[in-house]
Design a protein around this ligand. Structure first.
Ligand SMILES: Cc1ncc(COP(=O)(O)O)c(C=O)c1O
Length: 361
């Protein structure tokens, strides 16, 4: 990003953009078009709703946390009829329940899913959830903002019509770019949809990207950075990166449990993005996160919405190794001990390292 900014209408940019788009196909595991917007991930989500749907149309939102609720908010803003398959925050969505809901409804234009619900640490089974959606004739739209590059997303093999991601999570780039993959069926639907869109309209972006050009001035430095970052990811190997994330998740959960803390995220291998932990009863969760940040320079995420103060979250996606986990665990241990919490000291780091090293993925 410190390199000179190249001109976005010149050959250098086209070469960069062509390489980036072909690398992204490898990350999304798709032959579909992948459009790039200078926007945060939510812009990519909004583009999906705006381009696929017409006012009054019904969509089903599978919602189990803060970001599932965002799908509903966007869809309502576009005048859609939103049917929510809503779960308590922290629950894992059930494909069988989605099938029943779709059956009861008769039809839906699209099913809006969240792969990694970052607010709770739950990673949904997109492959299984996509099946009833496809059978009901609904488009499968997935928020993969915090999951792409960390856990498997087989866009084509699972029949995902639209997958949305962002630069700033497992793609290891500063915030500011949204990525949207679009299947032929989604393009067909988009040709008929009547919601308004201008900056986020898909068709002009596709036309520009055919020539490796951009509709509007792109965030050139971020595009340069994303190209390097996805290059690193492919160099590591996507499968190897998924394995590393599984082991990081196991290490984090092992350390947390060894201290005697309760997990909020499910204790399963898919939970490889962020680990959510219940704050002990007599401790103020907001203060805990603030004190770990101020004293040790370690940023944990607090709980959002109804989980504010009740959980804290340790993220482990992207440019991350086991020592980042052990450092975070050591800081949590120290801060909790000083806050008077009843925890087991001196074991979390060892258990985390063991879980990272001795598990076969
Ligand atoms: C799962 C998920 N969806 C959507 C978003 C929103 O993305 P952005 O803040 O880039 O708009 C985030 C951001 O944390 C996320 O984790």
């Amino acid at each position: 990003m410190a390199e000179p900014v190249i001109h976005h209408r010149a050959r250098d940019y086209r070469e960069l953009f062509e390489r980036l788009l072909s690398r992204l196909e490898g990350i999304f595991r798709t032959e579909n078009d992948i459009l790039l917007y200078t926007a945060s991930g939510t812009g990519g989500m909004e583009s999906a709703v705006a381009n696929l749907c017409s006012p009054g149309e019904r969509v089903v939102v599978v919602s189990a946390g803060y970001f599932g609720e965002r799908w509903s908010q966007i869809a309502r803003a576009y005048g859609l009829e939103v049917d929510e398959l809503a779960y308590e925050w922290g629950e894992t969505p059930s494909p069988a329940e989605l099938a029943i809901r779709l059956d009861e409804l008769g039809s839906a234009a699209a099913v809006l899913l969240t792969q990694s619900e970052t607010s709770t640490g739950v990673v949904a089974d997109i492959e299984a959830l996509a099946e009833p959606a496809r059978e009901a004739g609904a488009l499968v739209v997935v928020d993969a903002i915090s999951s792409l590059g960390a856990v498997p997303l087989e866009t084509d093999a699972w029949g995902v019509d639209v997958a949305v991601s962002g630069s700033q999570k497992a793609l290891m780039t500063p915030p500011g770019l949204a990525l949207v993959s679009i299947s032929p069926a989604a393009w067909e639907r988009a040709a008929r949809a009547s919601s308004p869109a201008y900056y986020f309209a898909w068709e002009p972006v596709r036309k520009a990207q055919e020539k490796f050009d951009a509709t509007f001035t792109p965030a050139v430095s971020l595009v340069q950075a994303l190209d390097v970052a996805v290059g690193l990811l492919l160099e590591e190997g996507l499968e190897e990166a998924f394995d590393r994330h599984v082991r990081l998740g196991r290490a984090c959960r092992a350390g947390i449990k060894a201290m005697g803390l309760d997990l909020f995220s499910p204790d399963e291998d898919r939970s490889a993005v962020v680990t959510a932990v219940r704050v002990p009863d007599d401790v103020d969760g907001q203060m805990l996160v603030a004190s770990i940040r101020d004293r040790f320079g370690i940023t944990l995420a607090p709980g959002q919405g109804p989980l504010k103060g009740k959980i804290f979250r340790i993220g482990h996606i992207g440019y991350f190794d086991v020592f980042d986990i052990t450092t975070a665990l050591a800081a949590v241990e120290l801060a909790l001990a000083e806050a008077g919490a009843d925890i087991e000291r001196g074991v979390a780091v060892t258990r985390a390292l063991e879980a990272f090293e001795h598990t076969v993925v």
